[in-house]
Design a protein around this ligand. Structure first.
Ligand SMILES: Nc1nc2c(ncn2[C@@H]2O[C@H](COP(=O)(O)OP(=O)(O)O)[C@@H](O)[C@H]2O)c(=O)[nH]1
Ligand SMILES: [Mg+2]
Length: 297
């Protein structure tokens, strides 16, 4: 009997989820190169995924305009040998619902329902994000010139209101993971798959686990002690920097075009994809998903 496992892919805005979904859909539907998991049973409406995959194939960023965005993406994959169906859902953590939940400790029933029957979590963070967990004092210590104490506006900082959106990303992400594992949601997570996206922006060392340790030490500590199985992959789903079709740069302005030409010149678009970690084939985005599904030895 085939059985089904359900995963939820989560991450703050711009952490690379939609691009991953577009590249994954292209990869499994084009079947240009062998993959660990195959395209799954047909269910639901795939038009949105097809739009994304077409945009991706043509060498543009995935659509970011509101009218071209869908809140939740679902796709089905399949492990042929095991007869296991894998259902993968993608959801944005920021935006109204989750940002509010972080500050108010209140989550809407609709948002909570999305996590029913979810087994494992795929968490996106981006190697392209600048650090956001420093304060002015941290910065001052890094600057060559000393900051004049008199110039620090004590009153302004005392009056500043708490803005949940300014909470460092790793704090929001750790809080989110812990919150869904605890009652009342009590999602019985056994595996967490961390995808460090935009891995083409990686540091010299090419070690995704090391990147998390250096750049998101709180998340790193949490995962080490959370009593879940963890894997950290580096993924470049785009292969490099691409322009945005809905916000096209002026003709002659080369910014944003940087890697488009080189990426489009590859014979198979699937070969733009780069996956790093745990012996995954270079372009096999399904390798981490197979592990998340408990289908790897
Ligand atoms: N350089 C590079 N940029 C990427 C990659 N994947 C995504 N991005 C960029 O990161 C930004 C956010 O990606 P998106 O998939 O929309 O993130 P989402 O909000 O989590 O769905 C976009 O500007 C993408 O073009 C990648 O592999 N390499
Ligand atoms: Mg998105």
């Amino acid at each position: 009997m085939p059985h089904e496992v359900r995963h939820m892919a989560v991450g703050l805005q711009s952490s690379g989820k939609t691009t991953f979904a577009a590249a994954l859909w292209y990869l499994v539907s084009s079947q240009q190169i062998p993959t660990s998991l195959k395209i799954g049973k047909h269910s639901g409406d795939h038009r949105y995924l097809e739009t994304l995959a077409n945009r991706w194939e043509e060498g543009w960023q995935v659509p970011r305009t509101k009218t071209l965005q869908q809140e939740v993406i679902t796709m089905n994959l399949r492990d042929a040998a095991d007869l296991t169906d894998v259902s993968l859902q993608f959801a944005d953590l920021s935006g109204e619902t989750f940002e509010k939940a972080f500050a108010t400790r209140f989550l809407s029933r609709k948002a909570a329902t999305a996590f029913e029957d979810v087994e494992n979590i795929m968490l996106f963070v981006s190697a392209n994000d600048p650090r956001d967990d420093m304060t002015m004092i941290d910065y001052a210590a890094q600057m060559d010139e000393n900051v004049n104490e008199d110039e620090v506006d004590e009153e302004a900082s005392a009056e500043a209101k708490f803005d949940p959106a300014k909470t460092p990303r790793q704090v929001q992400v750790v809080d989110f993971l812990e919150r869904i594992r605890q009652p009342p949601l009590s999602v019985p997570i056994q595996r967490v798959l961390v995808i460090v996206s935009a891995w083409d922006k990686r540091p010299e060392h090419n070690d995704p686990a090391q990147w998390v340790k250096e750049r998101m030490p709180l998340l790193d500590q949490y995962l080490r002690n959370a009593d879940v199985k963890v894997r950290i992959y580096g993924v470049s789903a785009q292969g490099g920097d691409l322009p945005d079709l809905d916000n096209r740069p002026e003709i002659g302005d080369d910014a944003g075009h940087l890697d488009q030409k080189a990426l489009l010149s590859l014979a198979k678009a699937s070969e733009r994809i780069q996956v790093v970690g745990y012996g995954a084939d270079q372009h096999d985005l399904t390798h981490p998903v197979k592990w998340l599904s408990g289908l790897e030895g």
